[in-house]
Write a protein that binds this ligand. Structure first.
Ligand SMILES: [Zn+2]
Ligand SMILES: [Zn+2]
Length: 424
């Protein structure tokens, strides 16, 4: 026993690493008598009770490991890490590990030892496969069935996922079936560095199958790549980020319950409509004449229908105002006959400078509502120039709409710090 990496468990029992099984038993019995909480006369002292209880657990743990040949070997060779990896833990074992060995490697097994069972109990569940699925707003409005082709691992039908004939599968000798190897490097006396790497003999499988016994179909890999065609139903009213799941359709692996395939909907931006929950929003450009004299519009909806939007003469549309078409928004998911509303924001285009002759202009003035009262301007008032100016970044129609968005309830053009005058 020259190569024992860690002697803590032996220390707890007060024996040397070369102790025989008999010596271990003797040491354990002696300590159990001494530290067993029930057999201790000092009952009543809570702090001491707790200490006794913990210490007794440590003693039991050390005894359990050192009298189990497999665990003892793991521990002797690889110390704590070997035990953790070899599934030495059970329910609550993390506590005892951190008690005995400190918190250094806490969480090494990702908490698998907790909650009973650990890696030996029950079937492990494979990972879910998550794919984004781009959909248009039309798809979400109308619903859509689409086929998605993907490649996944399927258990080999020829060998039932065994990789070879019965009895051909051998535990990997190099890693003793754990799939991982721990390299121990002594840096200085009493100071070792542990490194873990995937076993190269078995590629981390923990099992090897000699070449001649390997399944011909999967060549011992136990799984084959297969192309799977999934029929994806995008239902009316589904939302960006909503998941469509295919239970158990992810990669198959021996002894593992396959995870799910999850498709996450990604709504593509739409040119005409913007969605907000069940509602749709759009911007409509109209002229001054429509704004003042009524109009009829044709709006092509997401299902191709044409909506005739009418606004009677006499009703006025102010620039940037919003009107609603009830019931023409998005269908509700699982209740597609119920729909949200369609909100239309109006971008009123005013005529260009000098669009009308001065004579006609005075005729127009007669038709328009009268001017507000003429303000009283004192003789000392300074006369200033009102010049044309550009709003920063007002290059595109989109930005222009944005400007209206910001001042939707106000009359007149945008103003404030975003305005910069062009000096000519
Ligand atoms: Zn191996
Ligand atoms: Zn096979």
């Amino acid at each position: 026993m020259a190569n024992v990496v860690d002697t803590k468990l032996y220390d707890i029992l007060g024996v040397s690493p070369s102790a025989s099984e008999n010596e271990l038993k003797k040491a354990y019995r002696k300590l159990a008598k001494e530290y067993h909480p029930d057999k201790n006369p000092d009952a009543g002292d809570k702090v001491r009770d707790r200490w006794l209880y913990t210490h007794f657990k440590e003693i039991s743990f050390a005894y359990e490991v050192l009298t189990n040949p497999e665990k003892k070997e793991l521990y002797d060779r690889y110390g704590e890490q070997g035990l953790r990896e070899g599934g030495g833990g059970g329910a609550g074992m993390d506590d005892i590990f951190s008690h005995i060995f400190g918190g250094g490697l806490f969480g090494f097994m990702g908490g698998q030892g907790r909650g009973g069972g650990g890696r030996n109990g029950g079937r492990r569940r494979g990972e879910d496969m998550v794919h984004p699925l781009k959909v248009s707003l039309e798809d979400l409005y109308n619903g859509k069935t689409t086929k998605l082709q993907l490649s996944k691992n399927v258990l080999c039908a020829s060998c039932n996922g065994a990789g070879g004939k019965a009895g051909a599968v051998q535990k990997c000798v190099a890693c003793r079936g754990r799939g991982m190897r721990i390299m121990i490097r002594q840096l200085a006396p009493g100071m070792v560095q542990q490194m873990q790497s995937v076993c190269t003999d078995c590629n981390g499988e923990g099992e090897v199958i000699s070449e001649k016994d390997r399944c011909k179909k999967c060549e011992g890999r136990k799984v084959n790549k297969e192309t799977k065609l999934l029929e994806v139903h995008v239902d009316k009213g589904m939302k960006h980020g909503q998941k469509i799941s295919f239970t158990g359709e992810a990669d198959q692996a021996p002894g593992t319950e396959p995870g799910d395939i999850l498709l996450v909907l990604q709504e593509k931006e739409h040119e005409g409509f913007r969605r907000d929950g069940h509602d749709l929003h759009m911007t409509q450009r109209i002229g001054l004449v429509e704004a003042l004299c009524g109009f009829q519009l044709a709006v092509t909806h997401l299902d191709g229908r044409q909506l005739a939007v009418k606004y009677p003469p006499g009703k006025v549309i102010e620039p940037g105002c919003i009107r609603v078409v009830k019931g023409e928004g998005m269908p509700q998911y699982r209740n597609p006959f119920e729909k949200g509303d369609l909100f239309i924001k109006f971008d009123v285009q005013f005529p260009e400078n000098n669009w009308i002759s001065p004579e006609k202009l005075s005729e127009l003035e007669d038709l328009l509502p009268g001017r507000a009262e003429v303000p009283v301007i004192s003789s000392e008032a300074e006369e200033v120039d009102l010049q044309d100016c550009e709003v920063r970044g007002q290059g595109s129609a989109g930005a222009r709409r944005e400007a209206y968005n910001d001042s939707s309830d106000e009359e007149g053009g945008p103003h404030g710090p975003g305005v910069q005058c062009a000096h000519q």
